[in-house]
Write a protein that binds this ligand. Structure first.
Ligand SMILES: [Zn+2]
Length: 116
């Protein structure tokens, strides 16, 4: 999937909603979900299976989403890179977002690829 100029421009100008509504993203998102076998990839690494049908402690089904490992804002050119995507349950997604917040606080100009 290639990132066309229009989408890249949407990201660079902070119009991420436009990007998330694009057919390119929706299609790639499905691919990421399929690749993950519809299971949370972080939970899976810990030997747990979490899908959208997993009932959480509140008795509700789990919310799932596709996450950019490297944040779109910092790595716009990786926005449509399947290798930069992971399918996560809401708990793991929040933890992953917490990681982004830390990144933002430190405002690194360059990041080591191997850091995580
Ligand atoms: Zn999870």
């Amino acid at each position: 999937m290639t990132l066309n100029e229009k989408l890249l421009n949407d990201i660079l100008t902070g119009q991420l909603m436009k990007f998330y509504k694009s057919k390119e993203w929706k299609q790639l998102r499905l691919e990421a979900m399929k690749r993950a076998n519809y299971e949370c990839e972080h939970c899976k690494r810990m030997g747990k299976v979490t899908t959208r049908n997993t009932i959480n402690k509140y008795g509700r089904k789990t919310k799932m989403d596709v996450n950019h490992i490297k944040p779109v804002r910092l790595y716009p050119h990786l926005a449509l890179d399947l290798d930069n995507l992971e399918y996560l349950c809401v708990d793991c997604h929040n933890k992953a977002d917490g990681k982004d917040q830390m990144l933002k606080k430190h405002e690194p100009k360059f990041m080591n690829e191997e850091r995580w």
